[in-house]
Design a protein around this ligand. Structure first.
Ligand code: NCD
Length: 307
C-alpha cells in the first residue's frame, strides 16, 4: 500500500504522472465525477486548516466520493488521550483513505505503521506538506510549462515553513533548479536541508536577507507566512513577523513572466495591492490544489482512468 508522507515517497515519474492526471481532470472534470463513487476519505486535522482540509474534501466530493473527519484535536478522542496509532486503526474501519494534519513532526508516519488504508500527510509540524508541494508544482507547470531550469525565490519563514521544506525536496530533482533563499538570519532553512539536500545534490543556492536585489533573477517567488505557532516566544515572532512585505513597488523589480505563489494563509507578507497584479497567482494556486489532490487520491486508491 502506498502512503504519501514526504515528497520523496514519489518518484519524479510518479509526480509527473500525478501532475498530468491533474491537468486532464482540470480540462474535463465531468469525466472524473464518479470515479470514486462508494469511496470515503477521512480528514483528521489536529491543527487549524482552511484550504488543505476543504481542498481534500472538495477533491473527494468532486470524484463522487464521500467525506468524514474532524477539524480539531479538541473535537476528537485525542482530547481524551487517544494515540494516533489507535485513532488510525479505528479510521481504517470507516474510510478508504485518510489525510492527517498534526502538530508533531512524524505523526502521519506513525499512522502508516498501524493503518490499513493509504495515509496522506496534510502537514506535520514544521516538517513536510507534500500535497501543498503537488499543488505548487502543478501551479508552476501550468504557468511555466516546465519544471526544469527555474530560479525559485523562497521568502519568509524558511526555518519552520513545512511547505518550503517539501518544495525544496521536490524541486532539487528537476534539472538546473536554482534557489534564492530569502529570510531573516534566525529563520534560515534547517541545517539538514542545506547539507543533505542542497549541498548533497550540488544545487546552486544563495542565502540572503534581501528581496529586491534578487527579484530580477526570479522565475518564481514563493512567499510564506512567519509561522507564529512554532515560535518559542511571542517577542521573537513580533520582531520577525514583518521582515518581508511584498508590495507593488517591489513587484516593479520583477520580470514580467515571474509568478508569485503563496501557500496561504497570508498575514502581512503580501500587501493586498499585489492581488490585482497578473503575476500574483496564489488564489489560482488554491484551485490547482483541488485538481492535484483529486489526482493523488485516484493514484493512491489505484483508480483507473475512465474511458
Ligand atoms: C500552509 C501550512 O499549513 O503549512 N498552509 C497550507 O496548507 N496551505 C502554510 C501556512 O500555514 O503558512
Amino acid at each position: 500500500m502506498k502512503h504519501l508522507i514526504s515528497p520523496m515517497d514519489l518518484s519524479v515519474d510518479e509526480i509527473n504522472e500525478i501532475l498530468d492526471l491533474a491537468k486532464r481532470i482540470k480540462e474535463n472534470p465531468e469525466k472524473y465525477a464518479h470515479v470514486c463513487d462508494g469511496k470515503k476519505i477521512a480528514t483528521l486535522f489536529y491543527e487549524p486548516s482552511t484550504r488543505t482540509r476543504l481542498s481534500f474534501e472538495t477533491a473527494m466530493l468532486d470524484l463522487g466520493g464521500k467525506v468524514i473527519g474532524f477539524s480539531s484535536a479538541d473535537s476528537s478522542s485525542a482530547a481524551k488521550g487517544e494515540s494516533v496509532a489507535d485513532t488510525i486503526r479505528v479510521i481504517s474501519c470507516f474510510a478508504d483513505i485518510c489525510a492527517i494534519r498534526h502538530p508533531k513532526e512524524g505523526a502521519p508516519k506513525v499512522a502508516t505503521l498501524y493503518s490499513d488504508i493509504p495515509v496522506i500527510n496534510a502537514g506535520d509540524g514544521g516538517h513536510n506538506h507534500p500535497t501543498q508541494t503537488l499543488t505548487d508544482l502543478l501551479t508552476i507547470k501550468m504557468l511555466k510549462d516546465d519544471l526544469n531550469n527555474l530560479t525559485i525565490g523562497l521568502c519568509g519563514d524558511l526555518k519552520f515553513g513545512r511547505t518550503v521544506h517539501s518544495l525544496i525536496n521536490a524541486m532539487v530533482r528537476y534539472k538546473n533548479t536554482k534557489f534564492i533563499l530569502i529570510s531573516p538570519n534566525e529563520l534560515k532553512i534547517p541545517d539538514y536541508l542545506r547539507k543533505e539536500v542542497l549541498e548533497a545534490n550540488n544545487i546552486e543556492f544563495t542565502e540572503t536577507d534581501e528581496l529586491e536585489t534578487y527579484m530580477p533573477q526570479l522565475d518564481i517567488l514563493y512567499m510564506t507566512r512567519v509561522q507564529r505557532e512554532r515560535f518559542f516566544n511571542e517577542e521573537d515572532y513580533v520582531r520577525l513577523k514583518d521582515s518581508f512585505i511584498l508590495d507593488e513597488k517591489k513587484m516593479q523589480y520583477a520580470r514580467k513572466d515571474m509568478f508569485v505563489l503563496h501557500p496561504l494563509p497570508r498575514v502581512n507578507e503580501i500587501s493586498v495591492d499585489v492581488d490585482n497584479d497578473p503575476r500574483a497567482v496564489y488564489f489560482k494556486q488554491v484551485q490547482f490544489g483541488v485538481y492535484a489532490r483529486m489526482a493523488l487520491i485516484m493514484k493512491l486508491l489505484d483508480i483507473k482512468e475512465p474511458s
